[in-house]
Design a protein around this ligand. Structure first.
Ligand code: ITT
Length: 225
């Protein structure tokens, strides 16, 4: 039986799950996603900031499952649209649209504007069942392309042109995107202090929890490359 401590990735977005799993690879932690636990009620993401929504998702999952949970709230903030879609990125244009339809909707809203600056923002919240949470946040600045380009990634990746590499997120390999993206940067901060994060989780979990059976001293888990 796997006795490694469990960390839940509290997202229903498969694109995010894949990226977060990739970024947390190499740690001796059993990473589970919400789909590993059967039906769990959905949290209403009615916060006005990425921060609020990230905490809502992580603390809800941690409380319901009794396990440390990591959530991501993110979105694309477009200057010419006064910050839209922002926290509403996942449902921009209405429920039930595909990623491609949302991209088309965003391009149509830009109506040929020459102001193309856009920022991807991400807040990662890691909560324990008794309530407290750690927060990491990062952003990535770029431009909205005039037309979709590339097939990798998810969401608005085909529209997000990153000038330093001369391509959209959807034209990058996962490794390239992770090095520069909002999510990659936020999770790299977490990775950089993973030893401390583990100590923090341990203090908030019961003494007999697998998190508290990690040996004491130094970085208690194998560090990623
Ligand atoms: P969860 O709440 O279950 O995590 P979600 O997709 O609803 O999934 P958000 O509320 O955080 O997540 O919405 C984020 C949306 O922003 C996401 O659905 C994409 O449309 C977009 N987005 C965020 N990060 C992105 C990225 O790296 N590439 C492309 N689009 C991204």
């Amino acid at each position: 039986m796997d006795r490694r401590p469990i960390l839940v990735i509290a997202t229903r977005n498969p694109g995010k799950t894949a990226e977060i799993r990739g970024l947390l690879q190499g740690f001796a932690v059993d990473i589970r996603s919400l789909t590993d636990f059967g039906p769990i009620p959905e949290v209403e993401e009615d916060g006005t900031t990425f921060d609020e929504n990230a905490y809502k998702k992580s603390s809800f999952a941690a409380r319901v499952l009794g396990l440390p949970a990591l959530a991501d709230d993110s979105g694309i903030v477009v200057e010419a649209l006064d910050g839209a879609p922002g926290v509403h990125s996942a449902r921009y244009g209405g429920e039930g649209l595909s990623d491609a339809e949302r991209c088309r909707k965003l391009l149509a809203a830009m109506n040929g504007s020459t102001r193309r600056r856009a920022v991807f923002e991400c807040v990662i919240s890691l909560a324990v069942p008794c309530g407290p949470a750690l927060t990491y946040e990062a952003r990535c600045e770029g431009l909205l392309a005039e037309a979709p380009a590339g097939v990798s990634g998810f969401g608005y990746d085909p529209l997000f042109y990153y000038p330093p590499l001369g391509k959209t997120f959807a034209q990058m390999t996962p490794e390239e995107k992770n090095r520069v993206s909002h999510r990659g940067k936020a999770l790299n901060e977490l990775r950089a202090e993973f030893g401390k994060v583990i100590q923090w989780i341990r203090r908030h979990m019961p003494p007999d929890d697998p998190w508290n059976r990690i040996p004491d001293g130094g970085c208690p888990l194998p560090c990623p490359p």
